[in-house]
Design a protein around this ligand. Structure first.
Ligand SMILES: Cc1cc2nc3c(=O)[nH]c(=O)nc-3n(C[C@H](O)[C@H](O)[C@H](O)COP(=O)(O)O)c2cc1C
Length: 241
């Protein structure tokens, strides 16, 4: 059942919207920005965060609702006004710091470096102004590409999605493969947000499969489909040349 405009979960017999329990795990984009006013740093976690493109590499984070004092949340204001933000990837073991950077403290307080909140050392970025959280093992320096405002059902509240282009990566050697040329996701062991106040970490990695997974069976069982696939791949390769 999916009716009941505005609260479709009621028609499904649920008390709460299951969206955040169904779209899981959500990676946590720990966003650092700088204020265009006093230049102060700001840190906040966003689980409505993801990659949106690989060429060029682009990401998004979505601000829902309002800052506790009203108006847009600081991460959004700063990313739009300065044109820059950093995504700090949270790994297992930093739940406490992640939760505390989500506190609704006064504007101007940096939840990332505050000794009573995340208490993280801050590292200088190389291309953009906002600093990086030393607590994170991977950092994506981003320039803001654009933002989109979506409807919100509650009065003054806002839904704003910010898109950014990755202009620099910083990866701790501890999350790289033994060869040192790519990320080992189990070593990164990203922290993710689940439903309610639950968090998750990476449990297991499925056997590594190639893009050609299942093609041998396809060739045998549906040769005409396989021929189409191979021809399309060849045309795509020719277009790229
Ligand atoms: C794990 C976690 C994930 C969160 N994800 C989001 C999110 O995706 N969007 C959002 O608007 N707020 C999210 N929040 C709440 C914000 O982090 C919180 O409102 C914060 O105070 C915003 O800070 P800012 O005003 O400095 O940007 C999340 C909080 C936590 C702890």
């Amino acid at each position: 059942m999916t009716s009941d405009k505005g609260a479709p979960w009621r028609a499904a017999g649920l008390k709460w919207d299951p969206l955040k329990s169904l779209i899981v795990p959500r990676p946590i984009g720990w966003i650092t920005t700088l204020s265009s006013g006093d230049g102060g740093a700001n840190t906040a976690p966003y689980s409505f965060f993801n990659a949106v493109s690989s060429t060029p590499p682009m990401v998004m984070f979505a601000c829902n609702g309002v800052h506790a004092d009203g108006g847009l949340k600081e991460s959004v204001i700063n990313a739009l006004e300065t044109g820059e933000f950093v995504v700090n990837v949270a790994s297992a073991g930093v739940i406490d710091a992640v939760a505390k950077t989500g506190y609704a403290v006064d504007r101007g307080v940096d939840e990332g470096s505050h000794p009573l909140l995340a208490n993280s050392a801050m590292l200088a970025s190389t291309v953009v102004g906002p600093p990086r959280l030393a607590l994170a093992k991977a950092h994506l320096e981003c320039t803001t590409v654009e933002s989109i405002e979506l409807p919100h059902d509650n009065g003054e509240a806002r839904n704003v999605v910010v898109f950014g282009r990755v202009v620099a990566y910083h990866l701790c050697t501890s999350i790289l493969t033994d060869a040192g040329d790519s990320v080992d996701v189990l070593r990164l062991n990203p922290l993710s947000r689940l439903g309610g106040s639950e968090y998750g970490t990476l449990g297991a990695r499925e056997a590594v499969i190639s893009h050609k997974y299942g093609e041998a069976e396809l060739m045998e069982q549906a040769p005409e489909l396989f021929t189409q696939l191979a021809a399309r791949r060849q045309r795509a390769r020719a277009r790229r040349k």
